[in-house]
Design a protein around this ligand. Structure first.
Ligand code: F0G
Length: 460
């Protein structure tokens, strides 16, 4: 007998639990109104299942908590730093490992050191903080994802790939002297959590090298990207996720990382790179705003949690369960005819709110409207990735909408179980069946930058 189970189970048992809070529809109506209809402004206690982000929301393992108890809080040269450095280097191979309190600090320090006004930074798709940090240097963040990556319903195994022809054309148009570095985001969060293939990364690296432009990876979800390469790219099925990750980083000159994702930690990040001069500039900036180079804004115990978490995120049992639980929700929604970004990505299911709510025009933010409906119906918090986040003002006062109106259901790592996912599917089916009752919204107040975090909305 040889038992071949079809069910992929959570590869852990639960040792410590945190209750979640049930609310009535009336309580949710009041909570949402008090939050100005912005789900970022809700109290988390008023949320039943929180899929706002997969960032910093992981459940840590016993090994991580054990490491934390051994945190060395020395200001300089802490033992925990050397553990952290060794862990990061064993995966990335980079020479200089600079801890930061989270991913955006690594971005700000890197771009602040190397970006000049009017420079251009190409990427498959910049995440919002990456874009904002480049724009804060008066430089341009240019997205060059392949055309397939912008079509939600179309299947492509590596929808996060950068369009290599457009990359070359951009370098020729701008000139390499105005491109301080090129970047690839693995997986592509803004475009559906879609992976980048090893072949694409290798080719991009060769192009950058031929123009002598440094090549960096936004590595937040490097482990999930490595798993997709193992599953989908020829020649990688027999390699471990660690070996794949090592190869992926070997093509780059550096990376920025938010350890709040595939570091399985609640806080932390790093900037890693090979160039000595850039590393020195970045460390000088680090001391000014983050901390001494052996802690960079992290506590010793945070460094310990990340050192362990980075390797746990590369374990096959974990990655198999992680990607499968997202695919499972995707299958349930697809069976019910709910349009989502296909195939499902590494950390989230992305609903195509534009297609689900055709009666709501982009100017009335269909993805925001869907997030609000999902909260009111079921207490689930998702996030808008559409025209609230990426709409651009036009000269005439109107707005250029985002390319896609998506709602992201991001899964915290190791936190929810299959019955939570079944509840989610049930809630989404209910909202979809009553789609025509979902109303459009307008923005009542907004901040000049990254408005989605603080904007106030009202029903149209
Ligand atoms: N790059 C990518 C691709 C990201 O997804 C994020 C964060 C960052 C950089 C910045 O990292 O938050 O540690 O400063 N994404 C979170 C999200 C916030 O919800 O997708 P950070």
């Amino acid at each position: 007998m040889s038992f071949q189970p079809q069910t992929i189970i959570e590869p852990f048992r639960i040792k410590s639990v945190e209750p979640i809070s049930f609310t009535t529809p009336e309580q949710r109506t009041i909570a949402l109104e008090q939050a100005g209809y912005n789900l970022f402004l809700l109290k988390a206690n008023d949320v039943l299942i929180d899929l706002l982000t997969d960032s910093g929301t992981s459940a840590m393992s016993a090994a991580q908590w054990g490491g934390m108890l051994q945190g060395d809080e020395s200001y300089a040269g802490a033992r925990s730093f050397y553990k952290f450095e060794e862990s990061v280097r064993s995966i990335t191979g980079f020479k200089h490992i600079i801890p930061t309190h989270q991913g955006r600090a690594a971005e700000r320090i890197l771009f602040g050191a190397v970006c000049k006004p009017d420079d251009v930074v190409p990427n498959n798709a910049h995440f919002d903080t990456t874009r904002a940090n480049i724009e804060a240097c008066h430089a341009e963040a240019r997205d060059l994802v392949i055309a397939e990556g912008r079509q939600p319903g179309l299947y492509h195994p590596f929808k996060g790939n950068i369009d290599l022809d457009r990359l070359c054309a951009t370098i020729e148009e701008i000139g390499p002297e105005r491109i301080p570095l090129c970047m690839i985001t693995a997986t592509n969060n803004s475009g559906g959590g879609q992976p980048v293939s090893m072949a694409n990364i290798r080719a991009m690296s060769e192009i950058c090298r031929s123009y002598k432009i440094p090549f960096f990876i936004d590595a937040c979800r490097f482990a999930e990207n490595s798993w997709f390469i193992k599953q989908r790219e020829e020649g990688y099925a027999d390699k471990t996720p660690l070996e794949i990750a090592q190869e992926l980083f070997s093509y780059a000159d550096g990376c920025t990382m938010s350890a709040k994702k595939d570091g399985l930690a609640n806080i932390g990040g790093f900037l890693a790179l090979n160039d000595d001069t850039w590393a020195e500039q970045c460390r000088n900036q680090l001391i000014l705003t983050e901390g001494f180079p052996t802690y960079g804004g992290m506590a010793g115990y945070d460094l310990e949690a990340v050192a362990v978490g980075l390797h746990e995120a590369l374990q096959e049992d974990y990655l198999r369960y992680r990607v499968r639980s997202i695919e499972y929700l995707g299958e349930r929604l697809t069976e019910a005819g709910i349009p989502i970004v296909l195939p499902t990505g590494g950390h989230a299911v992305y609903i195509d709110a534009g297609a689900l709510l055709p009666h709501i025009p982009s100017s009335q933010y269909p993805a925001q409207a869907l997030c609000m409906a999902l909260y009111l119906v079921a207490g689930v918090r998702a996030v808008e990735i559409g025209s609230v986040m990426f709409g651009k003002p036009r000269a005439d006062g109107s707005e250029e909408p985002a390319a896609l109106e998506l709602v992201r259901l991001a899964f915290p790592r190791r936190v929810y179980t299959q019955s939570h996912v079944d509840y989610l599917a049930e809630a989404l089916l209910y909202v979809a069946q009553n789609a025509e009752q979902v109303q459009g919204v307008r923005i009542e107040w907004q901040a000049p930058a990254l408005r989605h975090f603080t904007a106030r909305f009202a029903f149209v």
